[in-house]
Ligand binder design. Structure first.
Ligand code: IMP
Length: 423
């Protein structure tokens, strides 16, 4: 496969950054195709930890071209903060991506406060309001943002309108002059990176370049196929890549579904296989399950293959990359959710309505755990018998072969089982 999508199969935080960074060593180009700095991708290289929110995970490799595609929403302030920490990188920003502005962040908080107990638990990064403005034809594209006069007049017009909304929610109005001056300086920094990235990618495809498309969040947070309304405002599925990057659908060769060996979720919304108590605390501590973007403790659950099968259907998965396998070491018995009880029926799909999904209770199978330290394992054969059985069962239940597994945070703790991204 030459053009591969890295997809989060659960509710985000599956370790996509780590898998993308690992595969990026064999790639020519890494493309982020949706979301913004709501994402948190942690990459550890030789013990040094890098937290990326907005930039593609190939940015740490100086030989790779990195693309922020048209499907993204870019907060210029966050863009500057992340790029100024790095040197020696190749970056291309789509002229059709949309810009996150200060009023989007304020409105994100206002909508959440207004929802009270029904709040989504967003990252407060202004993602939803920016995509809303894009759909309502009230957004600002990068191409306008880097054009001083056009940005000025568009921003003036929009701030007038947005301030009415902000004051309606009891928020302070935004000062045009301040935002314009601050953001114009960000535009000056961004300008040299901006181009028609669809054109760039299509040329790269003609030149037979190897491309990784990096999803942010997970498919269960997809606006269309996720657990609506507890979702983000874009689509992390492999099927959204062509639209969000400007390439033809048939140019995608396959997708790697990144899945934790268990389940986590941040923010509100149902999670049928959620576990509470000491075991959840143990997994959260060992797996360092705290949000990279917000620092929030993540909710913990058993692996849920109904979720993974849903992702396989709506996104398409060629191989699984199972991460954080080492976190399960020492747990005597491991449960896997294989179906749900719903309205007196046993189902293996996710109901569309959130109240129906909340009513689902999982049916589990139980697998024996393992006690051996697996963090130094270098091949599938070196894994303990019970770890192999757990992986075999999970792949058989989902119906997708194992491509990669990972046994620790470092790049060199990633083991490739299939060579699907070779020359
Ligand atoms: P938003 O993307 O900030 O609008 O948040 C919507 C939902 O997506 C919330 O439940 C967030 O916690 C969740 N979310 C957004 N980005 C991520 C991520 O990178 N990992 C996990 N959850 C995320």
């Amino acid at each position: 496969m030459k053009r591969v999508v890295v997809v989060g199969t659960q509710w985000g935080d599956e370790g996509k950054g780590k898998i993308t960074d690992y595969l990026a060593q064999k790639a020519d180009i890494v493309v982020r195709y949706q979301g913004g700095n709501n994402a948190g991708h942690t990459v550890v290289i030789d013990g040094k930890k890098y937290s990326l929110h907005l930039l593609p995970s190939g940015i740490l490799n100086p030989k790779i071209d990195n693309v922020m595609a048209n499907g993204m929403v870019i907060n210029p302030k966050a863009f500057i903060a992340e790029t100024e920490k790095l040197s020696n990188f190749k970056l291309h920003v789509s002229d059709r991506a949309h810009i996150v502005l200060p009023y989007h962040l304020e409105l994100d908080k206002a909508y959440e406060q207004n929802k009270g107990d029904e709040k989504i638990g967003t990252t407060h990064k202004g993602i939803g309001p920016t995509y809303t403005d894009k759909s309502a034809r009230l957004g600002i594209r990068v191409s306008t943002f880097i054009h001083p006069e056009r940005f000025k007049s568009r921003l003036k017009e929009l701030i007038l309108f947005k301030n009415q909304e902000l004051t309606h929610y009891g928020k302070e109005p935004i000062d045009f002059d301040q935002v314009y001056h601050e953001f114009s300086s960000y535009a000056d920094v961004m300008r040299p990176y901006v181009k028609d990235t669809s054109y760039f990618l299509n040329q790269a495809i003609e030149a037979s370049k190897k491309i990784l498309f990096e999803g942010a969040q997970g498919v269960l947070l997809c606006l269309d196929h996720g657990t609506y309304p507890y979702v983000t405002s874009s689509s992390p599925t492999a099927s959204s890549v062509p639209l969000n990057t400007g390439i033809a659908p048939w140019l995608i060769d396959g997708a790697i579904g990144v899945t934790k060996a268990y389940t986590t979720r941040v923010g509100s919304g149902p999670m049928p296989s959620e576990i509470h108590g000491d075991l959840a605390v143990h997994i959260r501590t060992v797996g360092n399950e705290f949000g990279t973007t917000t620092g929030r403790p993540r909710r913990i659950g058993w692996l849920d293959t109904v979720v993974l099968k849903h992702t396989k259907r709506v996104s398409g998965l060629s191989y699984l990359a199972v991460t954080l396998l080492d976190v399960l070491t020492g747990i005597p018995e491991l449960k896997i959710a294989v179906s749900y009880n719903f309205n007196g029926e046993v189902i293996d799909r996710i109901p569309a309505d959130i109240e129906d999904f909340m009513a689902c209770t999982p049916n589990y199978i139980t697998m024996p755990g393992w006690t051996e330290d697996i963090t130094q394992v270098k091949s599938y054969d070196e894994l303990p018998f019970n770890t192999k059985k757990y992986l075999e069962k999970l792949c058989a239940l989902v119906g997708v072969p194992l491509g990669i597994f990972s046994v620790g945070p470092d790049r060199n703790q990633t083991i490739m089982v299939q060579s699907f991204f070779e020359d």
